[in-house]
Design a protein around this ligand. Structure first.
Ligand SMILES: *Cc1c(COP(=O)(O)O)cnc(C)c1O
Length: 394
């Protein structure tokens, strides 16, 4: 095999060896259903308890406030749909933002069809919501504020603690989609006033198909999957013991190495951003310069189609993305890039590079060198670019 450089860690990550080792005994050895009565079941139950403690510790939650789910998408759906139902007697208004993941946006759209009202807050050019607009949007019938902690496309971090304070003062529950943030940047549900939080194992070197929803004690919420009494009767279904064990281990490892990992990634990320902006003309960085995920670099290159760039990068052994894994294949430009005010033609030329802890400086330099050639080659074939150069770069 030729070169293989994986820089799409916002889409998913490799399961780390430590996580896999921790999971393995729970497939063929300790395969018991934790709900059963014999001692063999107790072994699975103990492993689940440990995972719950580890998952809670990363965000300063209590273990009994952690509910295991099948994905980050499920956690988002659960938080929003079940809160809408539980608080129906208080009101039918939800506040979210225009740059949420589709797991939040499409859930809100679904609820609108059921008659709920949804306010989609604008974001500024860096991708941040305005706290003033948030305050102004709160009404007596507002039952939920759902704002993501970190954006999956442009990496922008939202002022979660300030949002939590505003929500608390208004007496409105606050949910945050922290799928990109959990285990990557410090989060404390107490200090930040977070009432519900979604996270997903496969975004932090854990397994796919294992997520959590943190639900603060006292928050009213309905069961999402009806059936058995698992997860205190709120989320039925035989527990995915290996997945849960893997989530717990991934959370523990990510929490323990967060500071060092972030520092190393920020160094590489800023090297990448610096080189791209300096060496590739008509390129821009999307998202906030400082308040961004340690591993995220998102760019737009004028006169270029993101898709063509990805195909050529792939031929150079580089896995990257144009934005969100969930929207690639679609011809519409990303709703996030449009929301930060980019015109369609610029939003089409987007490239997202997301690092892992295994990413090296050599890899980053190789990527920039290849990217320079690719951008030049694509612009050489672009009538728009030709026109632009003829008109004297106006
Ligand atoms: C990946 C992602 C999700 C969905 O998580 P899955 O576990 O893949 O369903 C939701 N929100 C954000 C911000 C994400 O990055």
């Amino acid at each position: 095999m030729g070169k293989f450089i994986y820089l799409d860690n916002a889409a998913t990550t490799r399961v780390s060896q430590g996580v896999l080792d921790e999971m393995m005994p729970y497939f063929c050895g300790t395969y018991s259903n934790p709900s059963a009565m014999y001692r063999f079941a107790g072994e699975s139950q103990t492993a689940v308890d440990t995972a719950r403690e580890r998952a809670a510790a990363v965000i300063g939650a209590k273990p009994e406030e952690i509910y295991f789910t099948g994905s980050g998408s499920e956690s988002d759906n659960w938080a929003i749909k079940a809160a809408a139902e539980a608080y129906a007697s208080k009101g039918r208004h939800i506040i979210t933002s225009k740059i949420e993941h589709h797991a939040v946006l499409h859930t809100c759209g679904y609820l609108q069809k059921q008659g709920l009202e949804v306010t989609y807050l604008d974001v500024d050019a860096a991708g941040k919501i305005s706290l003033g607009e948030l305050k102004a949007a709160i009404r007596p019938d507002t039952i939920l504020i759902s704002i993501m902690a970190a954006n999956n496309e442009i990496g922008t971090l939202q002022p979660v603690a300030e949002i939590g304070k505003i929500a608390r003062n208004a007496g409105v529950p606050f949910h945050t989609d922290a799928v990109q943030a959990y285990g990557h940047i410090p989060i404390d549900v107490e200090e930040m006033g977070i009432d519900m939080l979604s996270a997903s194992g496969h975004k932090l070197n854990g397994p796919k198909g294992a997520g959590i929803l943190y639900i603060r004690k006292g928050i009213k919420i309905r069961s999402f999957i009806h059936g058995g009494a698992q997860e205190r009767g709120r989320r039925a279904g035989t527990l995915n013991v290996p997945g849960i064990v893997g989530f717990g281990k991934a959370a523990q490892l990510a929490g323990g190495t967060m500071e060092l990992r972030a520092a190393a990634q920020i160094k590489l990320r800023d090297h990448l951003i610096g080189r791209v902006l300096a060496e590739i003309p008509y390129s821009r960085l999307n998202g906030d310069g400082a308040d961004r995920l340690p591993n995220n670099a998102s760019f737009c290159f004028r006169f270029i189609e993101g898709e063509s760039m990805l195909i050529l990068l792939d031929q150079s052994g580089i896995c990257a993305s144009s934005g969100s894994a969930c929207t690639s294949g679609a011809l519409d430009p990303s709703h996030v890039l449009l929301a930060i005010g980019l015109p369609h033609e610029i939003a089409h030329g987007s490239l997202r590079i997301t690092l892992s802890e295994e990413t090296t400086l050599e890899e980053i330099d190789y990527v920039v060198d290849e990217l320079k050639k690719i951008v030049e080659r694509l612009r050489g074939m672009s009538p728009l670019y030709e026109d632009f150069v003829k008109k004297g770069n106006q």
